[in-house]
Design a protein around this ligand. Structure first.
Ligand SMILES: NC(=O)c1ccc[n+]([C@@H]2O[C@H](COP(=O)([O-])OP(=O)(O)OC[C@H]3O[C@@H](n4cnc5c(N)ncnc54)[C@H](O)[C@@H]3O)[C@@H](O)[C@H]2O)c1
Ligand SMILES: O=C(O)C(=O)C[C@@H](O)[C@H](O)[C@H](O)COP(=O)(O)O
Ligand SMILES: [Zn+2]
Length: 363
């Protein structure tokens, strides 16, 4: 196994510094440099499932002279609540966490979204480092500074743009990931393929079964290519004033499904159904060619991601989509493709077209 480390730059924007996303193995030697010299305290936020990892990290940092605390939070979406954020704020307050201290978020996207949000809000913003441990968090959630939590009304409705000081993607972490979670992350990889880098799709289509495991021959390349797509977009438009919306491909319906399932579905699975819907919407709106639309079904199905959701839920899903962050007033907006790697915005589609697209998805 190669020890090579790939470094991907995320550019500076007004008010934020540039940082690197490192992909490789045994990257913990990089952590002290990212924490910096001014920190006295470090808080390691980790999910229950990674209790050992969180404690090992805490002990290692304590051995380096930091006052290190581990803050354990619930697994998955249960961590993305105001209550859990308040629990973290309490832990920081109790250990006297100051503006020069640093938060480390280690876990999947739910944990890094929460840890980043806690970092964005504590003392109005402290430094944080992301150590993503799922495919999805490596290729998407930990990169780009979107942090946040859910509310009863919907997904990620409260949050802040607060980029990390650095991101360490240790591929060894993926070995313990259940296959269901590994495959869920492939939805965001496939998203990056459709919106910007079709070579990703070619690699997966060449051997979809191999793409389902970290031992596959293209794991590092798929992860790195996806990170490059994300890094390029967020470097150009951190605060989603335009271009960044393309990263929301498949998410308008996907987030509505997640809420409808009370966040028991994995994000990637819901985004998979959402991309199928977006492809059908693009096709029916006269934007997307049949071959590219059909390619969505084929590749998502080939890696074992879902394509369908309950038909009878459409009225509820439509209501939830109205509070999607891309909506403007009463105008629903979707990311669709004008062709392969040509994402664009579809504004206020005819309700009959929306329903017809859902007709392909619902069952
Ligand atoms: N901020 C962003 O730009 C962005 C982008 C994409 C997704 N997200 C968010 O990311 C979240 C989904 O993240 P996810 O798919 O990584 O799932 P997750 O964080 O919910 O993790 C899934 C499960 O895997 C466990 N886990 C994590 N790493 C593990 C490992 N190495 N071994 C064993 N178990 C492990 C977790 O504890 C959890 O139980 C969603 O909330 C989504 O909204 C955010
Ligand atoms: O980084 C982005 O921008 C994205 O849209 C990436 C998505 O994969 C991610 O799920 C994000 O959290 C969705 O953001 P939201 O603003 O729609 O909540
Ligand atoms: Zn997503």
């Amino acid at each position: 196994m190669s020890d090579a480390v790939t470094r991907i730059q995320v550019g500076a924007t007004a008010g934020t510094d540039a940082y690197e996303v490192l992909v490789g193995r045994q990257l913990l030697g990089e952590l002290a440099g990212l924490i910096g010299e001014r920190a006295k305290r470090v808080a390691v936020i980790h999910p229950e499932a990674l209790a050992e990892t969180g404690e090992a990290l805490r002990a290692d940092l304590a051995g380096q002279g930091y006052e290190a605390v581990a803050i354990q939070v619930p697994n998955a979406e249960e961590a993305k609540t105001a209550e859990v954020a308040a629990y973290c704020w309490k832990a920081l307050g109790q250990c006297g966490f100051t503006r020069t201290d640093v938060i480390v978020g280690v876990g999947g996207g739910s944990t890094t979204d929460l840890a980043g949000f806690v970092a964005a809000t504590w003392l109005r913003g402290v430094r944080w480092v992301a150590i993503p441990t799922t495919v999805l968090a490596m290729v998407d959630a930990a990169v780009g500074g979107k942090t946040g939590i859910n509310t009863a009304e919907g997904k990620n409705l409260v949050g802040a743009f607060h980029p990390p000081a650095g991101v360490l993607c240790d591929l060894a972490a993926l070995d313990s990931l259940p296959v269901h979670d590994y495959v869920s992350g492939l939805a965001e990889v496939i998203k990056a393929g459709f919106i910007a880098d079709p070579a990703i799709l070619d690699l997966i289509e060449a051997d979809p079964e191999a793409a389902r495991t970290p031992a596959g021959p293209h794991t590092a390349e798929l992860i790195e290519r996806s990170i490059r797509v994300k890094a390029e977009v967020v470097s150009a438009d951190l605060k989603e004033s335009g271009l960044r919306e393309i990263l929301n491909y498949g998410h308008t319906l996907g987030h509505a499904i997640e809420k409808n399932e009370r966040y028991k579905w994995r994000h990637g699975a819901a985004v998979s159904v959402g991309m199928h819907f977006a492809a059908e919407l693009g096709r029916l709106a006269g934007r997307l060619d049949d071959a590219t639309a059909d390619r969505h079904r084929a590749i998502l199905e080939a890696v074992g991601l879902p394509l369908h959701y309950r038909y009878d839920q459409w009225p509820k899903l439509l209501e939830t989509m109205k509070v999607d962050k891309k909506s403007r007033g009463d105008l629903l907006r979707f990311i669709v493709l004008d062709g392969l790697a040509r994402p664009t915005v579809l504004e206020g589609p005819d309700p009959a077209v929306l329903l017809a697209a859902y007709g392909e998805v619902g069952q």
